[in-house]
Design a protein around this ligand. Sequence first.
Ligand code: PGA
Length: 251
Amino acid sequence: MVRKTLIAGNWKMNGLLEDGVALAKGVAQEVKKVGRKDCEFLICPPFTLLTSAKKAIKGSKTMLGAQDCHFAEKGAHTGDVSPVMLKDLGCQYVIVGHSERRTNHHESNELIAKKAEAAIKAGLKVIICIGETEAERDAGKTINVCTTQIMGSVPECSTAQNTVIAYEPVWAIGTGRTPTTAEVQEVHAAIRKVIAKKLGRANANKMRILYGGSMKPSNAKDLLALPDVDGGLIGGASLKVADFMAIAAAS
Ligand code: PGA
């Protein structure tokens, strides 16, 4: 089963115009240089940088994504951005359900499913994030939590073509800590089983499941070599061209 590796950078709330454009250009240049056909590259800058990042990556195979969207197409939603708007300005992807949004904005599985469905209908691909907290892991609930999140936040219209899952243990995000490779593989394999239950075996076999949470050049090789890990969603290390590309090179 060939699943193309996806190396995705989640810039979060980082980057002003000048350094954001420089980062996007730097990634695009390197992506052109390595010219890989077995690996896709995606950057997800903040909304404010999407238009300039799009210009900066023009002509390279680097793809553009946003970090969140509303579920409505338009209307009275002050401060929100719709999937149609993201598609209109050239995004191919949008991240939904990141744990920072689940926590800081109290986003429920139901809301995330609505966002994902709207994004897919607008022609975007979605990266749906799931993952347990440290307390949940300590209580042995990791697989249960991930199962509930998948069942609740992956919409019925998801397929292997329009949806990517990112497993991001909350306690590993930005902390420098990661689960062991055996633990990551165990969760990814379990996630694939749940996807099979929800969307059928064919979709499950083809759907990419990324690992996220303190992925860096030094641990990427081991993580990306796992049979059910199909790429990475990278936060901190995606803000440096060399680190981002070193992670890709490890795949
Ligand atoms: P990190 O973040 O790589 O900085 O841990 C990953 C993410 O939250 O997507």
